[in-house]
Design a protein around this ligand. Structure first.
Ligand SMILES: [Zn+2]
Ligand SMILES: [Zn+2]
Length: 210
């Protein structure tokens, strides 16, 4: 069974998701937003082993917990990111823009491409490139479980901001229409901020998409 444990962490109230395959006890963290030691505690409590870290994008509030998290895990988990967000990652996730600072964060060592399949236990997650909020934003889609980890592309009743460096409104809208709204209505959308929603709800109700 795939178990999903969301945690709201850090100064921007970012959703970090701890995912575990209850059969193999393998685990993945999508966007270790902040407070890496808290994420590790939750994994340890469940006897889960965190094997990989999957980043939807490299903004500071989605990568701020990586260093602490990785420090406590042997062997160190692999870190996956789309290469178009590597410059942002190297710039501490744009920390200076937000008047913040984080220490050095371990280098990602999996460079994602559109369509790449990531595995957690018996579950496949398809990487979909969804630029617009950042150039290298991706979402992770598990068709079998009808769930997408969609970072800052789309939120309950809203969409990602496009006014930060590397953002582009038309590109974001194209990503939402071609990569998210084409999924079945009942697909759950687990975003980087705020509550859970579905493709069908956003198709009907999202004021930015009608
Ligand atoms: Zn962001
Ligand atoms: Zn964010």
């Amino acid at each position: 069974m795939l178990e999903i444990f969301p945690m709201v962490l850090g100064p921007f109230g970012t959703n970090a998701y701890l995912l575990g395959d209850t059969r193999s006890h393998s685990a993945v963290v999508v966007d270790p937003a902040w407070d890496g030691e808290l994420i590790l505690e939750e994994a340890t409590r469940r006897s889960w082993h965190i094997e990989q870290i999957w980043l939807t994008h490299a903004h500071i509030d989605h990568i701020g917990g990586i260093a602490e998290l990785v420090k406590g895990i042997q062997p160190a988990p692999k870190i996956a990111i789309h290469p178009a967000d590597l410059p942002l990652h190297s710039a501490q996730g744009g920390a200076a823009l937000f008047g913040m600072h984080i220490g050095p964060t371990p280098e990602p060592n999996i460079h994602l491409r559109h369509g790449q399949i990531l595995r957690l236990g018996e579950f496949d997650f398809e990487t979909r490139h969804c630029p617009g909020h950042t150039p290298g934003h991706v979402v992770f889609c598990c068709a079998a479980e009808k769930v997408v980890f969609c970072g800052d592309v789309i939120f309950w009743g809203s969409i990602g901001r496009t006014d930060l460096p590397g953002g582009d409104y038309d590109t974001l809208m194209l990503s939402i229409h071609t990569q998210i709204l084409c999924l079945p209505n009942e697909t759950r959308l687990l975003s980087g901020h705020g509550g859970e929603t579905t493709v069908g709800y956003e198709r009907r109700e999202n004021p930015f998409l009608t």
